[in-house]
Write a protein that binds this ligand. Structure first.
Ligand SMILES: C=C(O[C@@H]1C=C(C(=O)O)C=C[C@H]1O)C(=O)O
Length: 119
C-alpha cells in the first residue's frame, strides 16, 4: 500500500471553484500514478473554506461511493496560506507521485513538475 499526497488552492470560497479544483487535482494524481485500488481519501481544508465539502465533490464526480472518505480542518499556523485543499490517498499503486498545483506549489517546491498549473 502507498500513501500519496496532493494539494491545490482556490481563490474564492464557492462550490463551483472547490468542485473544479478537486477535479483538476484528482485527475492529475490519477494520471501521474498507476493506482489499481483506492482504500481511502482524506481531504483537509483551511478554515476559510466552508461553502462545499471536497470529499463530497470527489465522491459525486468520480463515482466513489465505496471508498472511505473524510474531510477535516487543517491545523492553522502563523503565516500558513489560506484557501488550500489538501488530500491524502491510501491506495495500491506502483508509483508514489505527489501533486501540488496552483498556490499549493509553494508548500512543496521539491514536488513540483514543470508545466504544473499556474499560481
Ligand atoms: C507542506 C504542507 O502543508 C503542511 C505542512 C506539512 C509539512 O511541513 O510537511 C505537511 C502537511 C501540512 O500540514 C503540505 O500539505 O504538504
Amino acid at each position: 500500500m502507498k500513501a500519496i499526497r496532493g494539494a491545490t488552492s482556490i481563490e474564492a470560497d464557492c462550490p463551483e471553484e472547490i468542485r473544479n479544483s478537486v477535479i483538476e487535482l484528482m485527475e492529475e494524481i490519477f494520471s501521474r500514478n498507476k493506482i489499481t485500488e483506492l482504500h481511502s481519501v482524506i481531504f483537509t481544508v483551511t478554515n476559510d473554506i466552508t461553502s462545499y465539502n471536497p470529499a463530497t465533490a470527489f465522491r459525486k464526480v468520480f463515482n466513489q461511493s465505496d471508498v472511505a472518505l473524510l474531510c477535516l480542518y487543517e491545523a492553522s499556523f502563523e503565516n500558513s496560506p489560506g484557501g488550500i485543499i489538501r488530500v491524502l490517498l491510501h491506495c495500491e499503486s506502483e508509483t508514489k507521485n505527489f501533486v501540488y498545483l496552483r498556490r499549493a506549489k509553494n508548500l512543496r517546491p521539491d514536488k513540483v513538475q514543470a508545466g504544473d498549473s499556474k499560481a
